[in-house]
Write a protein that binds this ligand. Structure first.
Ligand code: SF4
Length: 379
């Protein structure tokens, strides 16, 4: 199926001329991109439609809030296009374009120049991974790797799979939500996955469905194609105000994904990224949504963790009582932090760890960030 890209608000029939005029300055600051398939899923008569909210700018994005690199990804970038934060996992940023742009994206800094050149040279990162035998997992990300043509993906996946210590290649993608025909119309992609899995390198597709209405018939067919090719499929998404910030919405998403063999893996607390104020939900509200949603589904549908991708590690938000919030390092940049509990004073208005008053936790949380250089952690 031919999917047409929409890169100007003027091409959106669903907006009134007045709405376009008001939203133009927002799209100038944080680039707008949509496509005809996803636009067709939106109920344009409903100004609060969750899928509309996911892709159409809001004026409040211009509020002064957050920073462009809220998780300090730059700190963990040893060579251009490669991040190494946890010893066994490296990220290769392979491009700077997605099938559409989520308004709440935490990597929007990559899109701000509306890069015409979609592909990033993966070779410096490849060399880095070759030299680091502790790296067993490589996550291809961006942007969205599945925007790249299969010929380019064959080169990248082939190069990574040829590194003997890499056992798993993850592909982080929202293409099955934004344009599942990328998978359905290209049998060579499924063949590439089948070949790579058969050769002994497991491929995981880290999907990004935010709402159960994205699980359309073509999207579920695309999940099936990838699974039949041998890929493992999971889902991860943040809690986004107006998109999925209701327990029953998450419960439906968890339930449907478990039936499709694509279980929810992480639910993320939104990062305090510039432009994202209208999309953020406080930690305590997020915890309530997550726990309530879990209460409504079977064991197989509640396998996810609710986590915050903090500069120091992936912090699971475990629970709270009247006075305190309890958290634990699920992944930690410093080996010593792994598994450590963090107890903070309960603050129902806080969006991020740095806004909480820490009562107890590992010393690294109280130390200056300059101590978080790679050599301290990887030894
Ligand atoms: S698909 Fe991912 S990287 Fe792309 S805009 Fe959405 S959140 Fe950002």
């Amino acid at each position: 199926m031919r999917v047409r890209y929409i890169t100007h608000l003027s091409q959106l029939d669903g907006l009134t001329p007045e709405e376009r005029r008001r939203l133009e300055p927002v799209a100038e600051r944080y680039v707008f991109r949509l496509n005809s398939y996803y636009a067709g899923l939106i109920n344009w008569k409903d100004p609060h439609d969750p899928l509309r909210r996911l892709v159409v700018p809001l004026e409040t994005e211009l509020n002064d809030w957050g920073s462009l690199d809220a998780s300090h990804e730059a700190r963990y970038t040893p060579v251009r296009g490669c991040q190494h934060k946890y010893s066994d996992t490296a990220l290769l940023l392979v491009n700077e374009v997605c099938g559409a742009y989520c308004r709440y994206c935490f990597r929007k800094r990559l899109f701000m120049n509306d890069n015409a050149d979609a592909s990033i040279d993966h070779r410096p990162g490849l060399e880095y991974i070759k030299e680091h035998e502790e790296i067993t997992n490589v996550l291809l990300t961006g942007g969205d790797p599945l925007i790249l043509g299969t010929r380019r993906l064959t080169q990248i996946i082939g190069d990574v799979a040829a590194i003997p210590h890499v056992r798993i290649i993850r592909i982080g993608s929202k293409m099955l939500a934004f344009n599942p025909y990328r998978v359905l119309d290209d049998p060579k992609l499924a063949a590439l996955i089948a070949e790579t899995c058969a050769s002994g390198t497991q491929i995981y597709i880290m999907n990004h469905f935010d709402h159960h209405r994205e699980l359309t018939r073509p999207a579920t067919a695309a999940i099936r194609v990838l699974r039949q090719a041998g890929a493992q499929t999971v889902n991860q998404c943040p809690i986004v105000r107006g998109v999925n910030d209701r327990p029953h919405r998450f419960a439906t998403l968890f339930r449907e994904l478990s039936v499709l063999g694509c279980p929810q893996y992480y639910v993320f607390q939104g990062r305090p990224t510039a432009g994202n104020e209208p999309y953020e939900v406080p930690i305590m509200e997020g915890l309530h949504i997550f726990l309530e949603a879990n209460r409504m589904v079977s064991g197989l549908a509640k396998r996810a963790r609710f986590a915050m991708s903090h500069a120091t590690g992936k912090i699971e938000i475990v629970g709270a009582d009247d006075d305190r919030i309890y958290m634990r390092y699920h992944r930690a940049h410093r080996k010593a932090d792994y598994g450590q509990m963090i107890v903070a004073a309960r603050d129902d208005g806080a969006f991020w760890l740095d806004q909480l008053e820490i009562i107890s936790g590992p010393p690294s949380l109280m130390e200056p960030s300059s101590d978080l250089e790679p050599q301290d952690a990887w030894g």
